[in-house]
Ligand binder design. Structure first.
Ligand SMILES: [Zn+2]
Length: 80
């Protein structure tokens, strides 16, 4: 009984470690998402806030001929 449960826990531990190792770098950083208007359907995700802001600004300008400020983009951001 005891050795069985020990095996089980060490097995799942090993699997978790593997998972953490492959995703660890990405999971350490927060992933942020900004969605454009629902009728547009555009959304961006990035770990890099500045990159995200830049891309949303470019999208708003190119696609909507709209100027958005960094603060506006930040207020649209959600952590995922
Ligand atoms: Zn859009």
């Amino acid at each position: 009984m005891q050795s069985q449960s020990m095996n089980k826990s060490s097995m799942s531990k090993g699997m978790m470690n593997k998972d953490f190792m492959s995703k660890g770098m990405m999971m350490e950083e927060k992933l942020m998402k900004v969605s454009c208007a629902p009728e547009c359907g555009f959304s961006m995700t990035s770990h890099d806030e500045n990159e995200l802001i830049g891309m949303i600004k470019a999208h708003a300008k190119n696609m909507h001929n709209k100027k958005v400020t960094s603060d506006e983009v930040r207020s649209m951001m959600e952590m995922i």
